[in-house]
Structures are given as C-alpha cells and as structure tokens.
Design a binder for this molecule. Structure first.
Ligand code: GTR
Length: 325
C-alpha cells in the first residue's frame, strides 16, 4: 500500500514536471517599429495566440513594439543573426539585401490594393517570399501597408511641379531616392524614428507614408499638408530568423507557417478600419488632404524603371505583376 502510494506520488510528480516542461518551451521574440495597437502589432499578437492554442501552450510569441529592439534596418541584421526571431518590416528596407523585394518597391507597380493582394497571394508572392531564404531569413506572410503619399510642413501639393526643390525623407533604399529625385524633389534617406524631429527642425520638409503611420508617428503634428498621390503600395512582410526556424521541428515549423498565414486576414481587416480611423483623426486635428492628378506622377517614373528594372528576373517579375488582373 505504502509502495503504491509512493509510486502514485512519483507518477503524479513526473506528470507535473512534464506539463511544466511543455509550458512555453519556445518563446519567439518579435520586433515591430509601430506602437501597440497598430494593425501589424496586433496581427503578430494574434498569430501568437493561435500558436499558443495550437501548440498547447508550448510556443509563445512576445511582441516588442514601438521600435524597442531598434530601427528597422538594425532589427533586420539582428534577425539575420538570430538575436530576434520574428520581424515585421516593410519590404522597402530589404531592397539592398533581397533583390526580389525591389519589384514591389517600384512606384505605381500595383494598380490598387486589390491588385497587390492578388499578386502577393499568388505565385509571384511565393517566389518573393522564397527570396529571403539565402539571406538568413524565412519569409512567412505579407501584411497590408496601404498606399504611401507625400506630406509636408510647407504647402499643399496639387501637382508634380509643387514638389520641385522640396526635401523628403524616404526609407533607406536607392529606389525611393531615385523616385523622389525623378519628381524634381530631394530625397533624404532616414530611419523612421528620426522623421518627426527632422521635420520639426526643418532638416526636411516632409516625408511619405500611409495614413496610419502619418497619424501614429505623429508626423501629422508637424506636417499638415497631405497629398494623396499614392505613389507606392509596398506590402509589409513577416520574416523569421533562419537559425530560429531551423531549431523548430518540422511539425512546429508547419504550426508557425500556418499561424502566420491565418493572421493575414485579421491584419487586413484591422488595416482597413485603421486607415479610415487615422485619416479621420488627422483631418479632425487640422491636416488638409489634396488629391492631385496621379498621371503626371506616373509618367515621371520612367527613369526609375529604366535604371532599376534591368536584369531579366526583375523584368519578368514586372511583366507578371502587370499581367495579373
Ligand atoms: C511604415 C511601415 C514601417 C516602416 C515605415 C517607414 O508604413 O509600416 O514598417 O517602414 O513605414 O517609413 O520607415
């Protein structure tokens, strides 16, 4: 009897230990430049909830929002080094590293968000995701980042001519520098976190981004003139450190991939709502929105395509994107 009781206790103890060992075996550290509540931050949190549920609590995601882990370019390097496991970033800062990301960073390459969805959800999207692998990263999913337009502290922009000589911050990629220069303005590549103070102190006249970024980073406080030229629709991407990925069992890799995929719909819903909300917020706070004729902006982009779409792979990707209806 005594022996039986001892045995039962031992069994119960080992069961408890097993449960403890299973609890949060893997914690994936995830980075985002945006504040808590932003659609990308919430989507990765949602992915974490799915993972936790589907792995019986073994896998968790910890989201470090508000650039707590650094500016995007630095966090990309940290992710490649495996210091950060997951990273939600725009495709723009990858342009120097992953050539495939350049095609979606071309101005006016997408006709609409709907067109972008069709492309990224299809073969071209899969091919671009695979392009991360040789660079120490695993591409997991795409999120929405809306359309980017110019805003500035000086004057309303109603035509390409209005941009002449003005200084705009761009994300750190040669394509965006050439895009701004082709419009007769001057590009200043800067990390996101330096934009507010650079506009405030007059180092630059403005920047370009979507409504949720313009609003949440408070650029709208220092640059009240927003012009809806929608020159870029650059998808956001969720990547994982290849070294962290390789540590997972094939079953866990499948769980991560599926949870990332399942968070896309959620992010799109959150994005749609936030875009409207942010637009209303900045308008209520006194920003003026002008809607210039887009055609002259599109026409000015010839030199950007000539310079950057030179190799066969990019040429064919451009053609395939344009062919998607
Ligand atoms: C935002 C994007 C960020 C970051 C930022 C920027 O729209 O979501 O990932 O790239 O733009 O302009 O740096």
């Amino acid at each position: 009897m005594y022996l039986m009781r001892k045995l039962t206790t031992a069994l119960a103890l080992s069961a408890a230990l097993t449960t403890a060992a299973f609890a949060q075996e893997i914690v994936l550290k995830s980075s985002d430049t945006h504040p808590d509540g932003y659609p990308t931050v919430e989507a990765v949190k949602y992915m974490g909830e799915l993972l936790k549920e589907r792995s019986n609590g073994r896998i968790a995601v910890e989201v470090y929002h508000s650039a707590q882990l650094g500016e995007e370019k630095d966090t990309i390097e940290q992710t490649r080094a495996g210091v950060i496991d997951l990273n939600r970033v725009s495709m723009g800062p990858f342009n120097g590293l992953v050539p495939e990301t350049r095609v979606v960073s071309l101005p006016y390459i997408f006709r609409s968000t709907d067109h972008m969805h069709k492309v990224m959800d299809g073969d071209v999207g899969q091919e671009i995701l695979a392009g991360f692998e040789p660079h120490g990263l695993v591409g997991l999913a795409y999120y929405d980042g809306g359309a980017r337009s110019f805003y500035n502290s000086q004057k309303p922009i109603t035509s390409v001519e209005d941009l002449k000589g003005m200084k705009f911050r761009v994300m750190q990629s040669d394509i965006f520098v050439d895009m701004v220069n082709a419009l007769g303005a001057n590009a200043v590549p800067l990390p996101y976190g330096e934009v507010y103070s650079s506009i405030e102190t007059g180092v630059i006249d403005g920047a370009e981004n979507n409504f949720p970024s313009y609003e949440s980073a408070k650029h709208s406080e220092v640059a009240k003139h927003y012009s809806l030229d929608e020159h870029l629709i650059v998808p956001e991407v969720l990547v994982m450190a290849k070294s962290s990925w390789d540590k997972l069992s094939p079953e866990d890799q499948a769980l991560v991939k599926q949870a990332a995929k399942d968070s896309v719909e959620k992010q799109r819903e959150l994005w749609e709502a936030r875009e409207k909300e942010s637009r209303k917020m900045v308008e209520d706070a006194g920003s003026t929105i002008t809607t210039p004729d887009k055609q002259p902006f599109i026409d000015a982009m010839g030199p950007v395509y000539e310079k950057h779409v030179t190799d066969e792979k990019l040429k064919s990707l451009v053609e395939r994107i344009r062919a998607v209806q």
